[in-house]
Design a protein around this ligand. Sequence first.
Ligand code: G6P
Length: 368
Amino acid sequence: EDSEIGNYPHFMLKEIFEQPMAVENAMRGRFSQDNSTAQFGGLNIEPRELRQIDRILFLGCGTAWHACLVAEYLIEKYARIPVEVEYASEFRYRNAPLDKNTLVFTISQSGETIDTLEAQREAQRKGYRVLGINNVVGSTIARENDGGIYQHSGPEIGVASTKAFTSQCHIVAMLSLYFGRMRDMSFSEGTEIAKALKKAPGLIAQALNHAGEIESIAKKYAHHNDFLFLGRQLMFPISLEGALKLKEISYIHAEGYPAAEMKHGPIALVSPDCPTVAIALKGEIYKKSLANIQEIKARNGPVIAITDAGKEFPEGLADDVIHLPETHEINHATLMSIPMQLLSYYIAVERGCDVDKPRNLAKSVTVE
Ligand code: G6P
């Protein structure tokens, strides 16, 4: 039934709207009884051993690689474990020196991506323990790894990943809680984060309520052939993902950048013909993010802002503003992905593109 399109015009839109459930499924049975940490039944590794880990390496391709970057930010921040991220395709040929106490994670929706599979095999050949985050149960990567976490997102048919990505973001957020509680994170911070994580499905549903408004914004900008996506820190991988989504399904040239890097090159692209999608979330660098938007406006670049600042967001600063609810940072990657997906979906539809089967792309790349 999951693979039926129902009343939706495209699988991609159906899968975008399935995200509250996909994230709910990713959490089911995965919190401790005292609600202070996450738990995963399939890791196949003792907590005692996990405490010995000095470093974690995440490997993936495409959208899954962006989930790896989300993992890097959240695990470093909340668990204080150094994390590295590599494209699986590069890792398999690079012969990277790894610390003895490195744990490797591969992330792959399909569990069949050849570069990720071979990177996993290469790490295992060198004696590293490899855990996986996969959606497809019984897939090759899931069968061959040493343990892992199933996403339970249900089948993802649209070539551009949506619900599988946010589910990966949510799972790595839960991992950061799990690893954090093994180390320095307090009980009270643990319960606060667990409580926040459980609110994600409702928050995603609220973001989906903006679909009509995002469709109108998409129509306004769909004729442009270049886009910039800007976000800082945790929002940097979400900007990369926003740009990738747009490229994949609408064939528009788009680039994601950490906003402060603008001045080191990309700002040269800013013009009335190149809109910018800018994420500005409240917190330490909120004012800096506003200043980055100001720099674009000063150069006549149209700006679509995504913010959780509500009325605090300065009137008239951006051309269009998508307001999302405020939540704990632990949910930001999952939540802020939603307007990105809707925007690229509606832009691609407006341009008459084959959203579910974009040219030149395969759902899963099983040959090198
Ligand atoms: C292909 C798809 C991408 C996907 C990537 C990794 O390139 O077109 O959308 O992100 O493979 O797929 P995986 O199944 O390993 O997550």
